[in-house]
Design a protein around this ligand. Structure first.
Ligand SMILES: [Zn+2]
Length: 108
């Protein structure tokens, strides 16, 4: 058992857990509410920890999590124009080629 990620936000830890599970890495979250009464009494000082079951999965799990943590958010990614299919840099709100609005942007 190896701890690969600790964060105060259980949602984030839960998300990473599902990512690891999808990658076929057995893992669990330590420090979730409701484990034991003793643990819950201490829970305000305790952040949930994502752990891999097998030590040999640790390296791969860390690589996957590093990729997630370093990945730019969707808003910073280049996008493809739906009108002319040109690749458009992330900071453009509309297509440099044909002027079509970026998909997903509201049309206010
Ligand atoms: Zn275009």
């Amino acid at each position: 058992m190896k701890e690969v990620f600790v964060h105060r936000d259980p949602t984030r830890v839960g998300f990473f857990r599902s990512v690891l599970e999808e990658a076929g890495i057995p893992c669990f979250i330590r420090g979730e509410f409701g484990s034991t009464s003793l643990a819950s009494r201490k829970s305000i000082f305790f952040s949930p920890a994502l752990c891999v079951l097998h030590d040999h999965d640790e390296e791969r799990a860390r690589e996957i999590l590093d990729d997630l943590l370093n990945a730019p958010s969707t808003e910073e990614r280049d996008w493809n124009c739906t009108g002319c299919e040109e690749a458009v840099p992330a900071n453009f709100g509309s297509c440099w080629n044909c002027g079509a609005l970026r998909p997903g942007l509201s049309e206010e």
